[in-house]
Design a binder for this molecule. Sequence first.
Ligand SMILES: *Cc1c(COP(=O)(O)O)cnc(C)c1O
Length: 383
Amino acid sequence: MTIETDKTATVAIHAGQAADPYTGAVIPPLHLSTTFVQDGIGGLRQGYEYGRSGNPTRDALQAQLAALEGGTHAYSFASGLAAEDTLLRAILQPGDHVLLGNDVYGGTFRLISRVLGAWGVTVQVVDMSDTDAVRTAVAAQAPRVLWVETPSNPLLRISDIAALAAIGHEAGSVVVVDNTFATPALQRPLELGADVVVHSTTKYLGGHSDVVGGAVVLRDDALAEKIGFLQFAVGAVSGPFDAWLTTRGIKTLPVRMRQHNENAQAVAEFLDGHPGVARVYYPALPSHPGHELAARQMSGFGGIVSVALESGEAARRFAESTHVFQLAESLGGVESLVNYPDAMTHASVRGTEAAVPVEVVRLSVGLEDIADLLADLEQALRA
Ligand SMILES: *Cc1c(COP(=O)(O)O)cnc(C)c1O
């Protein structure tokens, strides 16, 4: 039975998750089989033939992702970058141009400039939170792809998805939004006019730091067919167990995001104005330049808070002094993490225009008790 609703909490739990028709199992089985018996040559049951071309557990995840983002097609992959690679190959030809935000995920810039660049794709970066700068860049050279990441990492800049989609469409661009930081629980780019949403499901969607994966969600049938072909022909699919874990994580996404929002807000307010803290980057704060846009475009401000200390040395000491916040790359899990971008996640962009200030520390605020999180930050700031 399918449940007719567009309410996110219900969709997250039920989309693609109908009970098993044979046994009544409430949780659909994890299908590990690589191949499927045919009833006579070509007589496929439910269309399943071979694990790379299709798998019921992966299909369940894809149905869940499409419903959550308000798309009609979703494809899941072995990582966020595998999803991006397949999407870009489906759109781009040699000679095409890509316009990227100047603070997009470093791996996205590396993929386009170093891997696709060798195949004749050109790339330019611009401040995507500056809509006029984007309009000028698009007028100078129409991009085949306009790639937006909002909120951005680690400075939480906010870009206007609806305005950028209008600018991109006028120039014939495919407008892609990396929705990893906000998740469909807080932001729905397809409804704001974007053509494609990509995810690193490794982060909030999986949500438990135990599975790497990625996804592409869209409504355009023709582009979807090309992506489906490349998913099959290139083969960077999610394995069944990865898909199953991701589906399991997504069921609690809306409730986790509510608590991430609440804890992050408390952390941001605690740090804002604290002695030793020079600046807090969190879009819920009225002082944040993207505050009003974020309040309009998102239904919550998310779980990432960045903070500038008084010096690079103070920032490094702070990042190495927390205990509940564990020092590690990645983000979006139930546990709190602290990251020093300049020497960790963003080391590859040091010295470029995408470099992160040495004073900045990024916090992925988890779901622990807020009193423990604030006490941990307090003792680290005193260290
Ligand atoms: C982590 C991340 C990616 C890359 O995803 P992987 O699953 O690590 O391949 C892409 N975009 C954003 C915003 C990310 O945080």
